[in-house]
Design a protein around this ligand. Sequence first.
Ligand code: C2E
Ligand code: CA
Ligand code: CA
Ligand code: CA
Length: 275
Amino acid sequence: AKKKGRGGYRFYSPDMTRAASRRVRVEAELRRSLDERTLAVHFQPQVKLSTGDVVGAEALVRWRHPEWGWVSPGHFIPVAERTGMIHPLGREVLRAACVHASRWRSEGLQRVAVNLSPVQLEGEGLEEELRESLAEADLPPEALELEVTEEVFLRDPDRASRVLSRFREQGIQVAIDDFGTGYSSLAYLKVLPVDRLKMDRSFVQSLPDDSQDVAITQSVATLARELGLEVVAEGVETCAQARFLRETGVQQAQGFLYGAALPPERWEGILNLSR
Ligand code: C2E
Ligand code: CA
Ligand code: CA
Ligand code: CA
């Protein structure tokens, strides 16, 4: 039960109570799914624009609730972060990602990317988990990429730089997710030489017609080239977007044009087809 705060219950409207009890249910159900290991990890292809080859895959967690159906990660990841469940959840995703990356490498896949929540980065034990997952799957660190958002550099820039630098020294790759949406200064790109920028979907959506998005895309491509980074465009849905991105010097793309996140068993044909 909720502790009686300074204001007591006075400020709780029925709506707030309903929202709160919904939150509690989501939390309980998520915990149960974690315990029962019914969360799934799907993988979305990342394609090299010049050849169409599938070069990477992003691991995306999936939760199908028996009554509610598919629950969006945008809905339950914040719950997991608030309650600490992100740690066991993240561990499962990391494990699955490494195991499948290892299997698919022999079929030409270069890397698998995993989303890291800032909460995971701030916790203890992540380094150990990474080491274990890589070892268990017999995966070279170069084949694993960690996606972090600019938010980690706002929260605790020193710690983020320190931790991520250590991962990179071990050979693990680092990508900045949702690049351009974080309102952060670009100074972190100097302290933390990352490998890849993932250009946020919001800039891709209205390409090639929107002149502002065109300008932003060109700037990101130029910046990345100067810094020796690769760019992955997110949320690519049309051929016109893909063509524009390729012509602007963006190397890779991810989006419904190439495929949504698929369960691992549906990946069998994909890698062979692309070569
Ligand atoms: P994200 O990391 O930016 O992931 C990309 C999201 O865009 C995914 O949504 C993906 O399904 C969706 N997407 C991909 N291509 C397209 C497209 O062409 N058009 C549109 N409209 N959408 C596209 P999803 O799977 O719902 O995940 C939402 C967010 O939840 C992710 O955003 C990420 O921040 C978080 N998330 C997902 N899985 C994990 C995880 O395992 N760990 C953590 N920490 N966060 C995760
Ligand atoms: Ca991501
Ligand atoms: Ca993203
Ligand atoms: Ca996003």
